[in-house]
Ligand binder design. Structure first.
Ligand code: NAP
Length: 297
């Protein structure tokens, strides 16, 4: 795989950078389970974007200097909130995507793509996304709309205009969701994606009519209700990495963006993490590397 890139700007709770010694583009993201297993000192971050500075064995189609975005495998190849990172999967960064957007895109796009694939979202589907304003939710809304789905997205009221701009019909989250969905969609959604893990699964099952039509990425009580939990590689299920190239293509057409709500330089990374923990969410928090595009040797 290609190794990394020279980091110009990096990803969010994720970062960017070059590729490492194993030969994959570098990039980054976050995961509690992964972080627990990691030896200290630990470099956090899973998503990243940057310039390829090394290409690993077996990597084709990418060369030194290419602009890429993607994500690291933090448990094997290290984190991404760094000047250099080794990407586990990646796609070419289109000029239409800023470095900040690209550095924040990898895992949200992979996760959203995987979840939409697993649910079978397609043209004509009415999809309810619980947690539509956050990092994964904001990307899932746009990718579902691009498939021709009608999307209803939950968020706190101050995020409703944001959710509308993403292409979804906004409704408030929390108890009474079924009535609110009735008001905007006649009471029924074909499928529901729980991104928030806020305890809404029973209601999502009631709204769709069956647990088979609901998927969660954040509520591990799902199986008690017959609702599947999508965990990606940890769950041994098909991944959504192909979504990165699609997101890049949609970005070029002006149909996709990665909402970035705050950008911090690397020396203020702790503030970035604190900001990421605070609501209201409107997309991603990004950390940029301490050198600018093209300035590193
Ligand atoms: N399984 C996987 O493969 C996978 C991959 C990536 C992430 N995740 C998990 O997915 C979750 C979301 O990640 P993220 O990056 O999108 O997080 P995030 O950016 O913090 O967004 C969280 C979302 O939850 C919403 N929310 C808050 N309270 C809610 C409630 N009571 N009901 C419904 N929605 C509520 C927020 O909306 P408002 O701000 O509008 O209230 C926001 O849209 C996290 O738990 C993360 O660990 C899982």
């Amino acid at each position: 795989m290609p190794r990394t890139a020279r980091g110009s700007r990096g990803g969010a709770r994720q970062s960017q950078g070059r590729r490492g010694r194993t030969g994959r583009p570098r990039a980054a993201r976050r995961h509690v389970a992964v972080a627990r297993a990691a030896p200290l000192p630990h470099i956090p971050g899973v998503d990243a974007a940057g310039l390829v500075d090394e290409v690993g064995d077996g990597v084709t189609g990418f060369a030194l200097g290419d602009e890429v975005f993607g994500a690291v495998d933090v448990s094997r190849l290290g984190g991404a909130a760094a000047e250099f990172a080794v990407l586990a999967f990646w796609a070419a960064k289109p000029p239409s995507m800023s470095w900040e957007e690209a550095g924040a895109a990898g895992t949200s796009v992979e996760t959203a793509t995987r979840a939409l694939d697993r649910l079978g979202v397609r043209e004509g589907t009415t999809l309810l996304i619980d947690g539509a304003s956050g990092g994964v939710g904001s990307v899932a809304v746009q990718l579902a709309v691009a498939r021709g789905a009608r999307v209803i997205g939950t968020g706190r009221p101050e995020n409703h205009a944001f959710i509308s701009r993403l292409g979804a019909v906004p409704v408030a989250h929390g108890p009474g969701l079924a009535e609110r969905v009735r008001d905007v969609a006649g009471g029924r959604a074909d499928l529901a994606l729980d991104v928030a893990g806020a305890g809404s699964l029973r209601e999502l099952v009631a709204i769709t009519g069956t647990p088979a039509s609901v998927l969660t990425i954040a509520d591990f009580t799902g199986p008690e209700l017959g609702v599947a939990v999508s965990q990606g590689a940890l769950g041994g299920e098909p991944h959504g990495r192909h979504g990165l190239a699609l997101a890049a293509a949609l970005s070029k057409e002006g149909r996709f963006r990665v909402p970035v709500r705050a950008v911090f330089p690397m020396d203020r990374a702790a503030e970035a993490h604190a900001a990421a923990a605070r609501g209201p969410r409107q997309g991603k928090v990004v950390i940029t590397a301490p050198f600018a595009h093209g300035e590193h040797d």
